[in-house]
Design a protein around this ligand. Structure first.
Ligand code: ZN
Ligand code: CU
Length: 482
């Protein structure tokens, strides 16, 4: 038999968590057509995978790649074996939004003036269709994106008219193919939104089988209350829940994931709830001068008025200027930062949690990004699975593939079997490791050999190939709420 692509002699980890096995893989027209001993098969292209793991391409469930998919080469993700990203997280989606001038923080995570340019969710997806991204994208519509446009005074709850306008935005996005709605209740533009406002928005996604993904109101002092609120929103609106980048933030709150995870586990018997995590004890977002006290160290990732300070400690910059850290933070705005505010014990406890998916939360437009942007997936495989033995390699791969495919309705992805889309990652299990550090955050990982999207190589020999076989994915089926 002649095929477009034959991958020979690899060890297959099929994504379901079952033990690895030896098999060849044949691909035609972007799909896997055979898995097994394929001695008689010949390929237009043949790849020798001996000594390598052949896994489904990884699904990065928590990203801010809305604009990077359009404008970027996605090397940060392709280099890790990621073939699908979920964007529109933390309440921040690039569409629908076309502001005059600079968008307010944290909307500026995705770009500055002129970068938000899509008046409708459908027009954004169509632009992606026309551009063809390097990897696939699946999209949430953001509550903050809708709130900054429709709520007159962000310091108060939305009134009935404003809620109706935001619900119409959710409905249009769902109609266009969004997978659900996200919030970032922690951030100033949505802090004043009460639970009822969010339920109203999530309800608007429910008839389409959309899900609710949330950067919760509080990930520190009120972690458990915030988990309870998120679960309540899912139950009342009748939608599945994804808790974003689960963590316990602030020295006083270390250890609290030992209480939040059992809440999630107990709720999972009644409703569909999952969470994602990135494998680092440091967080990163916009610079928030009123949140400095939680962290033992704050690194500046960018600053509009002081671009030269990117990559430096806030305390050092403040000392040079002879002002307090808070005052310096105010002077640097708008800006971004990395916060040293978590404990390694909590990170490992969340990583071990069986419903935990992997999401990088990388910020692709930061000039000195958190290393999670380039390092998340190889770090889980190399550091947490191989070196620390937190979980077997097959289980680590399951958290990156079939589990998120199931939770986000990506049927036909996240597994290696005949009929599945040929999104594949070939990596060396002995050498795979993240190389991105705080000093050199934009460094590709080691050990990721070839990455295929729909049977076309997008990452090979340590570089992107220039191919753009990715798709703007539309929600394929309703996500069950329980
Ligand atoms: Zn977030
Ligand atoms: Cu995020």
């Amino acid at each position: 038999m002649h095929h477009d692509l034959v991958i020979r002699g690899g060890t297959v980890i099929d994504g379901r968590g079952v033990p690895a096995f030896r098999a060849d893989i044949a691909v035609d027209s972007g799909h896997i057509v055979a898995v097994g001993a394929l001695e008689d098969a010949a390929g237009e292209r043949e790849v020798d995978a001996s000594g390598l793991i052949v896994a489904p391409g990884f699904i990065d469930v928590h990203t801010h790649d809305d604009r990077a998919l359009l404008d970027g080469d996605m090397a940060a993700k392709a280099s890790q074996g990621v073939t699908t990203v979920v964007a529109g997280n933390c309440g921040v989606s690039l569409a629908p939004f076309r502001p005059d001038g600079r968008p307010p923080p944290p909307m500026d995570l995705l770009g500055g003036e002129g970068d938000y340019r899509f008046p409708t969710f459908a027009s954004y997806l169509e632009a992606l269709d026309a551009r063809c991204p390097v990897v696939n994208g699946l999209f949430l519509v953001g509550h903050q994106t809708l709130r900054v446009q429709h709520v007159e005074d962000l310091e108060r709850p939305a009134d009935a008219t404003e809620i109706a306008a935001m619900r119409a935005g959710v409905e249009q996005a769902m109609q266009a193919g969004a997978v659900g709605v996200s919030t970032g209740l922690f951030y100033p533009p949505s802090r004043a939104a009460p639970t009822d406002e969010v339920v109203a928005l999530a309800e608007a996604a429910a008839p389409w089988g959309g899900l609710y993904a949330t950067h919760m109101r509080d990930e520190g002092t009120y972690l458990e209350e915030s988990v309870a609120e998120s679960l309540e929103i899912g139950r009342r609106a009748g939608v599945a829940v994804v808790l974003s980048h689960h963590k316990a933030s602030g020295v006083a709150n270390h250890g609290k994931t030992a209480r939040s995870l059992p809440m999630v586990e107990a709720a999972a018997a009644e409703q569909q709830v999952s969470l994602d995590v990135y494998p680092y004890a440091m967080s990163s977002t916009v610079l928030l001068p009123d949140r400095l006290a939680e962290s033992t160290r704050v690194l500046v990732t960018w600053s509009a008025p002081y671009p030269e300070v990117a990559g430096r400690d806030l305390s050092d910059i403040a000392a040079e200027h002879g002002v307090s850290d808070e005052e310096m933070a105010l002077r640097l705005l708008p800006a971004g930062a990395i916060y040293f505010a978590m404990s390694e014990d909590d990170v490992q406890r969340v990583l071990r949690f069986p419903h935990a998916m992997i999401g990088s939360d990388g910020l692709p437009h930061d000039p000195r990004p958190h290393p999670r942007l380039w390092g998340t997936f190889p770090r889980v495989l190399g550091h947490y699975s191989r070196t620390l033995g937190l979980m077997p390699l097959e289980e680590a791969v399951r958290r990156m593939t079939s589990l998120p495919a199931d939770r986000f309705g990506l049927d036909g992805r996240g597994v290696i079997e005949a009929g599945a889309v040929a999104d594949l990652c070939l990596f060396d299990p002995e050498t795979v490791i993240d190389r991105a550090s705080f000093e050199n955050p934009m460094t590709p990982a080691d050990g990721i050999h070839v990455v295929f999207v729909a049977g076309e190589a997008v990452w090979e020999d340590g570089a992107t190939t220039g191919a753009r076989p990715g798709r703007a994915l539309r929600r394929a089926r309703p996500i069950p709420a329980r």
